[in-house]
Design a binder for this molecule. Sequence first.
Ligand SMILES: *Cc1c(COP(=O)(O)O)cnc(C)c1O
Length: 382
Amino acid sequence: MTDTLADSRTSSREFSEGVPLVVDAVPRRFAAERAQLLEDPGFGRYFTDSMFVARYRAGQGWYDARLTAYAPLQMDPSAAALHYAQSIFEGLKAYAQPDGTVATFRPESNAARFARGAVRLAMPTVPEESFIAAVDALVDTDRDWVPTGADQTLYIRPYMLATEPFLGVRPAHEYQFIVIASPAGAYFPRGVHPVSVYLSEDYIRAAPGGTGDVKCAGNYAASLLAQEQAIAAGCDQVVWLDAVEKRYVEEMGGMNLFFVLGAGDDAELVTPELTGTLLPGITRDSLITVARELGHTVTERRISVDEWRSGAADGSITETFACGTAAVITPVGTVKARTGDFSIGDGEPGPLTMQLRRHLLDVQHGRVPDTHGWLHRVAPAS
Ligand SMILES: *Cc1c(COP(=O)(O)O)cnc(C)c1O
């Protein structure tokens, strides 16, 4: 059931220099249906009424930028992305603020990472201000879909894929940049619980010189079998090791990892350094800043499975957690490995894990001052 439609119009916004943002008439679901979906949105199940789409053609650049109705894409069956995975994506969130406005968190960092990914996948870049303009336009037009329940958010998924109909192997000449949005519930609606992880000793996520430091679709396709193995072993998540020596801890699924050495005010945080095979998470970067402000030493260095295991056993590693946009912070409780299982702490989420988690959520939801200018207000269209 939808409201009535108006006509398409050119908005006051631009996508990029000389490319106006056209706003199509979009059928909108009634408020009662939306309210029902927002009660328990889960993650990635429901999508807002609109989407943003811009097209690119080599020699012409970006064109036909529009907000339009959320609907299936029409694509040639030979479109390059469907065959050779020339495709990248981003993930960020919009947060309802206490003053009634809506803000995204560090969108310029997502825009910059998206541009780096485009270069790595031999795709055209979306100018950073155009990326942010597209996200803003979608969030603004569908701002009624930003949920206001405790720790609820609107998850935003920008992505780019090669749409040129051609089966030859070379960078495509045609692309689409699309932004969709999906309301997301609190990640731990019934309290935070540590996850169990499975060390992937058969499969690797990323090798030096590969694509591990960009968010390309193929990385995820290649990770699914190991994740399935983790589930079959009774674990929640897979932990990736370095491809060369299979000794150093890299990431957990699609999240970065932190280890807490010691406890109390003197606790030190260690996170795997960005060697080129890790995804440089924006949550990771934010937590490094926040932890240092709280007075903790944060070290970026390699950390081996042996160090993790012996530290967990002798109590020198007191907490381990994973972090990323979707879940913010997830404590890690137990580790399953061929070389022996072990657990960290006492099975409860650690105090520093919970303090950092609360602090970052408070910044994102506008409950404490945003001292770094991390929140980006989504202005209403004029
Ligand atoms: C997206 C992603 C992360 C987390 O990045 P954030 O910017 O914090 O959301 C970590 N690892 C992988 C593999 C990812 O794809």
